[in-house]
Design a protein around this ligand. Structure first.
Ligand code: NDP
Length: 470
């Protein structure tokens, strides 16, 4: 059985209490990695602090070259990394799956390498010169989730490196292997201590949030854990980027032609078996087209192959862990008990693996858990509305706001309605599409701060004003 090392100060750590990682498609053992204790975390933070002065002082062009070298390495190891992602997380190789995730990691790395933060000159005259300059925030703690494990790790570590920070990372316990392997590759081109990675339970994450040697935490995961991270981080006034859960609404405007949008609508809801922070999680449909949409969505879902992600025909894999499948099924059962109609799926399968059928639930009301909470799985509640104002109000009546979408034949009208949604990204006639140059982040309890592009890069810096009198 392969052991995936932790990396501290450039050294591969292969011993300690071992964490077993299982394939959610058949529950077979994929690999093991050591877990870190508090002492190893301290060593990782100390190594990152030691590496910080030299890394942050490196000329810009050299850091850019290192990032591009990392992108090359991710591309050279694409097949290995994509296979590992499927084995530990479950998403298929094909479709919007592991090949997209590993390819996206390389692409995001290159785009991040190409960003820069030039000095802004506010005043430059006979009386003086004032500039706004960006300094690396310091040691960054990166805590990542299990749904897009390697891609999200990339979103954290690459801007940190680009800005001149050093990093201590902790991946999710059910999907640490692809991230560990990526960090191992990164360590072949970076000086020791610049990027360190430890694995372990949420307790290690909590220690990171409170650790006095870490200057900033970037966290992607659930809103509840994000709240705990923020509470821990404030004790030492750490900077924070939190990318938390969402409960994205999609609204189909009255009179929309359904067939041309059906494929995008389906993938907006069911991408990565619904385990995506900005997936469409509540679908609002005008009463005049309600039955048509429910039927067409269920018919579409019935044709999508669900299975082991290593099978090239598979387009949707299992859920990543049993706990998540239990949550999804309990939400579907709650809806059923409150009078909803389960049009497709909704039955817990027998056998190995954490599969859940693609589930379309009709007759949903806003009091059902499937509508109120983030299901994070392949079960979409379809909700009928009478007026567009009512749909917008119901879409906004939650405490989270990551994404949202409006669908319609008239793009101007759809866009007018889309910007009324209280969320960080609003899509028109699509849901969930990301672009490394389009900032991504949530409003309300979906997070603090933003990722991607220059605004995302700035989150890994502090401002220093240089004010010179002449
Ligand atoms: P968590 O938010 O608990 O886990 C995310 C990361 O935080 C993991 O690395 C986890 O480690 C770590 N962690 C756990 N507890 C702490 C803590 N106290 N302090 C610091 N770090 C901690 O997600 P869950 O796995 O529990 O998922 C539950 C729900 O979260 C899902 O149902 C879904 O709604 C949402 N979610 C949202 C994601 C998103 O992209 N927005 C991603 C994943 C989940 P460990 O794995 O070792 O517990």
């Amino acid at each position: 059985m392969k052991t995936y090392p932790l990396i501290v100060d450039g050294q591969l750590i292969t011993t300690g209490k071992m964490l077993e990682v299982h394939n959610p498609a058949d529950e077979s053992l994929v690999g093991v990695c050591p877990t870190a204790d508090a002492a190893l975390l301290d060593r990782a933070v100390a190594a990152a602090r030691r590496a910080l002065p030299a890394w942050s002082a490196l000329p810009d062009a050299e850091r850019v070259a290192k990032l591009n070298a990392i992108a090359d390495l991710i591309e050279q190891h694409h097949a290995e990394l994509a296979t590992l992602i499927t084995q530990e997380q479950g998403k298929p190789q094909n479709g919007i799956g592991a090949n997209v995730e590993a390819g996206g990691a390389a692409a995001w790395t290159r785009v991040t390498a190409g960003l820069s933060l030039p000095v802004e000159t506010i005043q430059d005259d006979a009386t003086g010169k004032v500039t706004i300059e960006r300094r690396p925030v310091g040691v960054v703690g990166s805590i990542t989730p299990w749904n897009w494990p390697m891609l999200i790790a990339t979103w954290h570590v690459m801007p940190a490196l680009r800005a001149g920070c050093t990093v201590v990372a902790k991946p999710a316990s059910c999907t640490p292997l692809s991230t560990l392997r990526m960090y191992e590759l990164m360590n072949t081109v970076l000086p020791p201590g610049v990027v360190n990675i430890v694995a372990g339970s949420g307790e290690i994450g909590d220690r990171m949030a409170r650790h006095p040697g870490i200057n900033k935490i970037v966290f992607t995961g659930s809103t509840n854990t994000g709240r705990q991270v923020a509470t821990g981080a404030i004790s030492s006034f750490k900077r924070l980027t939190l990318e938390l859960g969402g409960n994205d609404a999609g609204i189909i405007l009255p009179g929309t032609t359904i067939d041309p949008i059906l494929e995008k609508l389906f993938w907006g809801c069911f991408i990565n078996a619904g385990q995506t922070c900005a997936a469409l999680k509540r679908l609002y449909v005008h009463e005049s087209q309600y039955e048509e949409v429910v039927r067409k969505l269920a018919d579409y879902a019935a044709k999508v192959p669900v299975g082991n992600g290593l099978d090239p025909n598979t387009l949707i894999g299992p859920l990543t862990n049993k706990a998540q499948r239990d949550i999804v099924h309990s939400f579907v059962e709650d809806a059923r008990a409150k009078g909803a109609r389960v049009v497709s799926g909704g039955v817990l399968p027998e056998g190995a693996g954490f599969f859940y059928p693609l589930t379309v639930v009709a007759g949903c009301t806003d009091d059902m858990l499937l509508v109120r909470e983030e299901q994070f799985g392949p079960a979409i509640p379809v909700i009928s509305y009478q007026t567009v104002d009512e749909a917008i109000a119901r879409a906004n009546a939650v405490d989270v706001g990551l994404g949202g979408s409006v669908w319609g034949d008239d793009l101007d009208e759809a866009t007018r309605q889309a910007v009324r949604l209280e969320c960080g990204t609003t899509w028109v006639n699509q849901h969930g599409g990301l672009n490394p140059l389009a900032c991504f982040g949530g409003v309300k309890a979906s997070g603090i701060g933003t990722e991607f592009n220059v605004d995302g890069l700035k989150e890994y810096t502090t401002i220093q004003v240089v004010n010179i009198a002449r």
